[in-house]
Ligand binder design. Structure first.
Ligand SMILES: [Zn+2]
Length: 278
């Protein structure tokens, strides 16, 4: 028996053109659309997921931090950060959220697993100086330095101790996914490649007895986007993003699967109701 729990670490707002990019637009056109867009979507949750497996507890992503609201935290030279609005109270960070569940964030996790290194997935890392941090090597490679800073990452704000355990997709194919990386020895918690939102993005698949939990990160912003094949406005590779959505749909059609993206307001309800994708 494996247990999955959704943890909300505050809210994010984005432009409508970020939530769904125009399919006839390339990467640059999509970014121009975001800057021109005057419409903001409703505040979306910034979700992490706690996976409790007999081999240990895994936290998938770490959400964002209240420090986003400290002047100077976000680099002013990158106008993209003004296209997203993050609201996190100190007690909404993942550390206090875990403590409220009776867990010591520093001691009670087997590992923190990052789907990718965007700031709203790494903002809570400060709570885990004593924990293994696992992330996809291919995404890490585009998340550091100036390149990362231009692409929505904040490597200059990562904890000084951060030395993530970088993993490759070196395991067996899983359904339509050409490879995987097992996080548990029984192979029931594993990473699968879901690139497109960013290069090297991964999702976490949790194979429970009678149901599969698909922790999608930002591979899709919502189940509805997945269903209709709508890619986001920030992708640099819409074609790859579309192929990833097709793979996730194909996977979810072969077994009862609950889709749990990082910013889908309806995700926690589907988790509680065990509502599978159909
Ligand atoms: Zn992202």
């Amino acid at each position: 028996m494996i247990r999955v729990t959704a943890i909300e670490t505050g809210k994010a707002r984005m432009k409508t053109a970020q939530r769904i990019g125009r399919e006839d637009r390339g990467p640059l056109g999509r970014k121009i659309d975001i800057f021109r867009d005057r419409e903001w979507v409703e505040p979306l949750p910034i979700l992490c997921f706690l996976v409790e497996h007999p081999e240990g507890r895994f936290l998938v992503d770490t959400g964002d931090t209240w420090r986003n609201s400290v002047p100077g935290y976000l680099p002013s030279w990158n106008p993209f950060f003004k296209q997203v609005s993050i609201r996190v109270a100190p007690e909404e960070e993942v550390g206090p959220r875990l403590a409220a569940l009776g867990l010591d964030p520093a001691r009670d996790l087997a590992a923190v697993v990052l789907t990718h290194f965007h700031h709203d997935h790494t903002g809570g890392l400060d709570h885990f100086p004593h924990t293994r941090v696992i992330g996809p090597r291919e995404n890490y490679a585009v998340s550091t330095g100036i390149k990362g800073m231009m692409m929505g990452c904040l490597p200059q704000r990562w904890p000084v101790w951060l030395k993530p355990e970088l993993v490759d997709m070196d395991g067996l194919a899983v359904g339509p996914f050409p490879a995987s990386h097992a996080l548990t020895t029984d192979g029931r918690v594993l990473l699968v490649p879901t690139p497109g939102h960013v290069a090297g993005h991964c999702s976490v698949v949790v194979l429970d007895d009678d149901i599969t939990w698909f922790l999608a990160g930002d591979a899709t912003y919502s189940q509805e986007n997945l269903r209709v094949g709508a890619t986001d406005g920030v992708t640099n590779d819409p074609e790859t993003a579309r192929a990833t959505l097709a793979r996730i749909r194909e996977f979810a059609h072969t077994r009862p699967t609950v889709i749990l993206p990082a910013h889908d307001p309806d995700g926690p309800r589907r988790l509680a109701a065990r509502e599978v994708f159909s």
